[in-house]
Design a protein around this ligand. Structure first.
Ligand SMILES: [Zn+2]
Length: 112
């Protein structure tokens, strides 16, 4: 019997295919609470996505440029931390993407 490795690093599969999923994941969390880069790297790591600051920060900036996230600097001890929240446009995009994801999920997982 062959062993199936479940905790595949998604970037081993295909970085480009998964980059949209990571954006949605980020947007999802930013819609729920303020997020910051390192926290998000940890969160994505829990889900099996290994992403470096060098990849995540441009992704966050890209979402901000699109108007989906808004950042502000918050004091964290002695340093400033940039936190991001989803904007109304970001929330709207997330809702639209969610229905696409669940539709795709049905087809991928259930063959419907
Ligand atoms: Zn998550």
């Amino acid at each position: 019997m062959s062993k199936t490795k479940i905790d595949i690093n998604v970037f081993d599969v295909d970085r480009e295919l998964c980059s949209g999923l990571i954006r949605l994941h980020v947007l999802h969390h930013a819609a729920e609470e303020p997020i910051f880069g390192l926290g998000m790297i940890e969160e994505l790591g829990r889900h099996g996505y290994r992403i470096s600051p060098g990849s995540l920060y441009p992704l966050l900036h890209g979402l901000e440029k699109k108007g989906y996230l808004k950042s502000k600097e918050v004091r964290n001890g002695k340093s400033l931390r940039k936190v991001y929240r989803a904007t109304p446009a970001g929330r709207k995009a997330l809702v639209a993407a969610k229905s696409k994801v669940s539709e795709l999920f049905r087809e991928l997982m259930e063959g419907k």
